[in-house]
Design a protein around this ligand. Sequence first.
Ligand code: NDP
Ligand code: HSE
Length: 444
Amino acid sequence: MTAATNNPGKGEGQKVGVAILGLGTVGTEVLRLLNEKSEDFERRIGGPVEVVGVAVSDKSKPRPNVNPDLITDDAFSLVQRDDVDLVIEVIGGIDYPRRVVLEALRAGKSVVTANKALVAAHGAELSDAADSSGVDLFFEAAVAAAIPVVGPLRRSLAGDTVNKVVGIVNGTTNFILDAMDSTGADYQEMLAEATRLGYAEADPTSDVEGHDAASKAAILAGLAFHTRVTAADVYCEGISKITAEDIAAAKSADCTIKLLATCERVVDEDGSEAISARVYPALIPRRHPLATVRESFNAVFIEAEAAGRLMFYGNGAGGNPTASAVLGDLVAAARNIVHGGRAPGDSTYANLPILDFGQVRTRYHIDLHVDDRVGVLADVARTFSDNGISLRTVRQEGSDEGARLVIVTHQALEKELEDTVEQLRANDAVLAVNNVIRIEGMDV
Ligand code: NDP
Ligand code: HSE
């Protein structure tokens, strides 16, 4: 982290020129609110804000209520113009926005972005460029849109020690899992419903396979643990393999299944610290605050040493909610442009190692179909104990064709569980491993 540079500011009453890159779902709302509330922005900032250019991909598209003179398809030239002080990047993607945002930062323009994929992949490079130019780089909207969580981690909790951040940070998958939970329908049916209602995109891969949540987890872990974390450091599984039977099994354990982004500080027996950042569908008890997060809402649960437990809840997507976060950042950056100074850059001093996923410790819910004969339960239990895993509960239900064993473990290492499941699959008495789902939040 470098110290703030000696930006003296343009001075009270001076205009802040803004370039908006992207005029889709988010950009359109940002522009509308900037126009509609221009007097409020001027008072809050200490100088007027003027949108001096808007970059899009296709200039020929009709854009009602947008001054055509503002529109350009040359974002690179726009960000370098002398009348641009601040750039809002709401294009999406990684490579193109990386190049144009770097261009803007190197040209001395502060940048506000909603782009989690960009920040999670190239945060260090962008942050270094912002430091070198003495400008601001803000990205509140990149995690859970309207919900203030980047600011609280960056500023409000900067004096505390954060030990854990667990979030539902993807609205599409929460909508699908919640609908599966309340209707009993299967995954494909509820994905189709999410698409019909406009929650899921035409290509839902990034959401349902957990990549969107993994980018957000990388950003949260980096801020929480003062360490540089990229999306590639985050273990990631999506929800596309979750079945109606998994949801039913969760219900019978008084749990629900959520796609969780978990960021955790792990302290070894010898006192050495590492961090784990992971995204996967997990069972959580229905009494856990995150279990009450319905439909497409997001929530982030933080445990800090002095603050205790905090939860942030709200809209994690949509043009208007995302514009709220973008504009909050705009006000902060514009105040610095007018009055001088800049926010400190990212704090990455701790530089903690990323824990190998095999060393992550959690609980598991394992659903087996086994032969119903003498010794099978003992044999299965021995497989767990041979791998050092202690069982918390075992439930057996008989059926015409064998028995169903539902096992909940105490905390165990991923590696131990992986070996156990491999050995169970190789056991002739185990007819099927129906599911293995991790359990989070038992301690809340
Ligand atoms: P959209 O796809 O709706 O809009 C993208 C915009 O970028 C379009 O206006 C498009 O132009 C423009 N664009 C594409 N390529 C270029 C280019 N090369 N040069 C200039 N403009 C270009 O995206 P969203 O508004 O939904 O998302 C924007 C960002 O905000 C993404 O990073 C996303 O992850 C993030 N975000 C979005 C949320 C949401 O709910 N939508 C929530 C939180 C974050 P054209 O109009 O000509 O096609
Ligand atoms: N696609 C995301 C979601 C919204 O479903 O939550 C933007 O982060």
